[in-house]
Design a binder for this molecule. Structure first.
Ligand SMILES: Cc1cc2nc3c(=O)[nH]c(=O)nc-3n(C[C@H](O)[C@H](O)[C@H](O)COP(=O)(O)OP(=O)(O)OC[C@H]3O[C@@H](n4cnc5c(N)ncnc54)[C@H](O)[C@@H]3O)c2cc1C
Ligand code: FES
Length: 271
């Protein structure tokens, strides 16, 4: 039987700086079979373990169709993530998962809208990557990504490809001479954009963003049942046992992290 508490040894194949406090890692399992068997849905997360320090839940930021490794993008927050920030190619980490329910599988006739704030972008990146490489087929794909400053932009090396293949709106809250695209809150971009009423909307970002972004889509006529949001809570077990991540009667690790808005909107403080 599969033991979900048993971490698997993995190696950092590549470590890349995204910003002063955010890094991307390419990771592959030491055991070849573990790597071959590793399959996940976009929006799922892994528990990344550092010996003697603990584990941190981190979204997988690469396409499941990459066989040689998977990617994570991590911001330094506390013990585990600060230790990860010091790691380099060849260092060992411990992985459990994938866990949770990811984004609902997009269908051929979907108008899909991705909305990401800050460090949320990596959690929708598998969908963008799959769309650009022909693994994801939908009627249309629109992406809105916003962050505070130029120096906080992540995944910049993909912007040209995404802009060429899809409709991507990227905005900074603050002006910068190096930035030639939109400036202003992400909600302003959504207000200005043409959004299909039957769009499916996937949202991830800082807690403050959800209410305002959801309100814009509701104003555009998108039904509540078409809005999905990925939520962050402090986690421990990752498998629905310890209750650390409870939101009302739901566990973020097991019932989420992606929730359909209309099914959870009445849970106090959910967003
Ligand atoms: C499903 C899921 C996916 C995530 N994906 C990513 C990702 O792709 N990239 C990324 O950088 N981060 C992600 N996070 C957040 C990440 O898990 C936390 O930053 C990390 O657990 C902090 O661990 P630490 O040991 O470094 O910090 P700790 O030493 O545990 O804590 C440092 C500080 O951060 C707070 N904190 C810890 N965890 C969280 C949390 N989940 N939400 C809010 N505050 C918290 C603590 O209360 C404390 O104040 C995700 C979280 C969840 C639940
Ligand atoms: S992290 Fe233990 S129940 Fe969710």
């Amino acid at each position: 039987m599969k033991n979900e508490y048993q971490p698997k040894e993995a190696i950092i194949k590549k470590a890349m700086k995204e910003t002063d406090d955010i890094n991307t890692y390419w990771i592959s399992f030491l055991n070849k079979k573990d790597q071959e068997d590793f399959w996940f849905e976009p929006g799922q997360f892994v528990q990344v373990g550092v010996p003697k320090l603990g584990e941190a839940p981190i979204s997988i930021s690469s396409s499941p169709h990459i066989e040689s490794h998977f990617e994570i993008t991590v911001r330094e927050a506390g013990r585990v993530t600060k230790a990860l920030a010091k790691m380099k190619k060849g260092d060992k980490v411990f992985i459990r998962g994938p866990f949770g329910k990811g984004w609902p599988k997009p269908q051929l006739d979907d108008h899909l809208v991705l909305v990401a704030g800050g460090i949320g972008l990596p959690a929708v990146k598998p969908l963008l990557d799959d769309f650009c490489h022909g693994y994801l087929q939908v009627k249309s794909l629109q992406t809105f990504y916003g962050t505070t400053h130029f120096d906080k932009l992540v995944c910049m090396r993909y912007f040209d490809l995404w802009r060429k293949e899809t409709e991507v709106h990227i905005t900074l809250d603050n002006q910068d001479p190096r930035w030639k695209a939109d400036v202003g809150l992400i909600t302003e971009l959504i207000k200005k954009a043409k959004i299909y009423k039957d769009s499916k909307v996937f949202i991830i970002g800082p807690p403050v963003m959800y209410k305002f972004v959801i309100a814009e889509f509701l104003k555009k006529g998108v039904p509540e049942k078409n809005i999905f949001m990925s939520l962050e809570r402090k986690m421990s077990c990752g498998v629905g046992v310890c209750q650390h991540c409870a939101c009302g009667d739901k566990y973020t690790c097991k019932d989420g992290p992606v929730f359909r808005y209309d099914r959870v909107k009445d849970i106090p403080d959910i967003i």
